[in-house]
Ligand binder design. Structure first.
Ligand code: SAH
Length: 384
């Protein structure tokens, strides 16, 4: 029997020790999951499984993605990680005596093959989120927390598109220049970013229209997608509502590379901190979470100048997350928390409702409505 002593209350049972040990290792290796997923996508494994009718053995996959047969045992290890974590599923081949495992796609891996994911391929987003440009700054996160920038913080907040406040961003600390310069300096990275956003926008807009969120675009005659990248969201609106005149405002280096086939969309090169072209409604998808509160207020004020009154149908439509809105299941909460910390590398932030409310009222808006119809994301309508 164990004697209870307060003195040794920090002592852990073997069960607790092993639980802690397990949880730590599970955490230590979290990045292996994203790296394994990136590897599978780069090799074209989801597409290879899809080509075999949605079920493939290791040997099928190896042949299909043109690897040497000697790599089969290694590929098995990669597939084991992605199967235990639910990216692929596994079933025994019939007859079971052949002993060869057959890998199948799950809803997650289907979204990495356009033909299997209802036309959606999120692998450009995967490539962007685990790009070395994003990953390297995180090695300095602890150093960034310790940077003493109190003096700069007391200065008035610097305006313009470069800064997210006076303090240096984690991005700038790692790369030596401000975040939005990257797409101008490194064309390959710019392409990765633009393709990722376009893939995500096509996906999100389809869900918006499916879930009745299309109502937010009903009744408007024109829309400007501010920070609209290569126009995938605007093109989706133009296709669903052909009478809505859609345009995109983005930085010159982004507009310059916009595809000529972006549907019925007009591109405007400019700076949203300076000027937003007039329209009945402004769309801001994945834009405000890239900026701190002061910059968001500046952007929203420009948007307010661009739209008519509420009675005349003026509104701002935001697609972003509202932390704490929608499902409170662990996977939602954890994904939202991870996304928020990810945004920290460019001085971005994901917001709770009261934080959104604060920037809306500071920017002079009178009311808002949150629609949590997009999984871990929401649509927010904001009225002048
Ligand atoms: N709305 C798009 C892209 C979001 S990424 C989508 O969801 O698919 C953020 C976008 O804001 C990028 O395309 C970036 O170039 C643009 N951006 C950043 N600063 C800007 C500025 N000052 N003026 C206009 N666009 C800007």
């Amino acid at each position: 029997m164990h004697e209870h002593t307060t003195q040794h209350s920090y002592e852990m049972s073997t069960e607790e020790l092993l639980q802690g040990h397990l949880q730590l290792y599970h955490h230590f290796f979290s990045y292996i999951k994203s790296m394994a997923l990136k590897c599978a996508a780069e090799l074209g494994i989801p597409a290879a499984i899809h080509r075999r009718g949605g079920a493939a053995t290791l040997r099928d996959i190896v042949a299909d993605v043109a690897l040497r047969q000697a790599k089969v045992p290694h590929l098995r290890r990669l597939m084991r990680v992605l199967t235990v974590s639910g990216i692929f599923a596994m079933k025994q081949q019939q007859p079971a005596s052949s002993g060869e495992a057959v890998y199948t796609l799950t809803p997650a891996s289907r979204l990495l093959v356009a033909g299997a994911g209802g036309g959606h391929d999120m692998s450009p987003m995967l490539r962007f989120l685990v790009h070395p440009t994003a990953l390297t700054p995180f090695f300095s996160l602890h150093a960034w927390f310790r940077v003493d920038d109190e003096e700069e913080e007391e200065e008035p907040v610097a305006g313009g598109s470069g800064g997210g406040g006076a303090a240096m961003s984690l991005f700038e600390m790692a790369h030596g220049f401000p975040r939005w310069e990257m797409t101008g300096r490194d064309a390959a990275y710019g392409a990765v970013l633009n393709e990722a956003m376009a893939a995500d926008s096509r996906f999100v807009m389809e869900v918006v229209f499916r879930e009745g969120g299309g109502d937010v675009f009903r009744g408007i005659g024109s829309l400007v997608d501010v920070g609209g990248g290569h126009g995938a969201a605007a093109a989706a609106v133009a296709a669903a509502f052909p009478h809505v005149k859609c345009s995109v405002l983005d930085l010159p280096q982004v507009v310059r590379k916009a595809p000529p086939d972006a549907g019925d969309v007009r591109f405007v090169a400019g700076d949203m901190f300076e000027y937003v072209p007039p329209a009945d409604a402004v769309l801001l998808k994945y834009v405000l979470h890239c900026f701190g509160d002061d910059d968001c207020v500046k952007i929203l004020r420009r948007c307010k100048e661009a739209i008519p009154t509420r009675d005349a149908g003026g509104k701002v439509i935001i697609i972003n997350m509202v932390i704490g809105s929608g499902s409170q299941r662990d996977i939602f909460k954890e994904t939202q928390a991870l996304f928020d910390l990810y945004m920290m590398y460019i001085d971005g932030v994901e917001r709770e409702e009261k934080e959104w409310e604060n920037i809306f009222s500071k920017a002079g808006f009178s009311a808002y409505k949150i629609m949590p119809i997009l999984g871990f994301l929401s649509i927010i309508e904001v009225y002048p």
